[in-house]
Design a protein around this ligand. Structure first.
Ligand code: SF4
Length: 233
């Protein structure tokens, strides 16, 4: 196709969503290569480099891979890496529009560092990270407010909770927004030791129950089913 940008892609694969509100739903993941955010507990550091680990594809090659994987599945998640990095964002908008024109349901995994209205208006759903202290990265709370206010019914806020410090941090952040409803999911951090993870998850469930239960707590099922090191799951 003329005028197609080149997309720097880590991988394209079919898998069942393992976290967040669409847990259990099969979809096609389009994973961009390249992220400069640097979360300490990132579970996909292989997607950080902007110069190796990926492949440049035009829209025809990319969509051929999507169709080969999809088996009729219409749901697509654009993820990374950081698909909203300035090096990717224009290509991601082109891709989102292309997929919508082909009748796909499009989710964007947004790293919580920026809001892009042109992109967010295009997609069907926005999964927006609110980073916790254990990530070593900070999300501005006003970005969460923007997403919640301007995209009601088509967003989730996601936070990884490693310890009580993380939980109290998201509690305070949420309280600072007053009484408005926020669709906010807590993801207990996963460690290799599954018994320990059970305890971590129990802790997050209990903290949420003891603090008015305003969050949804959803574990990363793909990690305990396939293991923490498994890719494309
Ligand atoms: S934004 Fe995502 S890919 Fe980038 S460092 Fe954080 S968790 Fe990893």
């Amino acid at each position: 196709m003329e005028n197609s940008p080149k997309f720097y892609i880590h991988s394209i694969y079919k898998a069942t969503e393992g976290e967040g509100v669409f847990i259990g739903t099969p979809q096609i993941f389009i994973r961009f290569q390249g992220c400069s955010i640097g979360c300490i507990n990132c579970d996909s550091k292989e997607t950080w480099s902007f110069s190796e680990g990926g492949e440049y594809l035009d829209i025809i090659d990319l969509y051929t891979l999507v169709l080969r994987e999809s088996m009729g599945i219409k749901r697509v998640s654009i993820t990374g890496g950081d698909p909203m990095h300035p090096k990717h964002i224009e290509g991601v908008k082109f891709l989102a529009k292309f997929l919508k024109d082909k009748g796909h349901y499009v989710n964007i995994e947004a790293s919580g560092t920026r809001v892009d209205h042109e992109l967010f208006d295009l997609v069907d759903y926005i999964s927006f990270d609110f980073k916790t202290p254990s990530t070593g990265v900070k999300t501005q709370i006003n970005l969460v407010e923007k997403v919640a206010t301007q995209y009601p019914g088509k967003y989730q806020i996601k936070s990884v909770i490693q310890d009580r410090i993380d939980f109290e941090y998201v509690m305070e952040a949420k309280q600072s927004l007053g009484n408005q409803y926020i669709n906010w999911v807590l993801t207990p951090a996963y460690n290799d030791d599954s018994e320990f993870h059970v305890k971590d998850t129990q802790n997050v469930l209990k903290w949420n129950e003891d603090n008015a239960g305003t969050f949804r707590v959803i574990s990363q099922q793909h990690k305990f089913i396939y293991g923490t090191d498994s890719l494309r799951v």
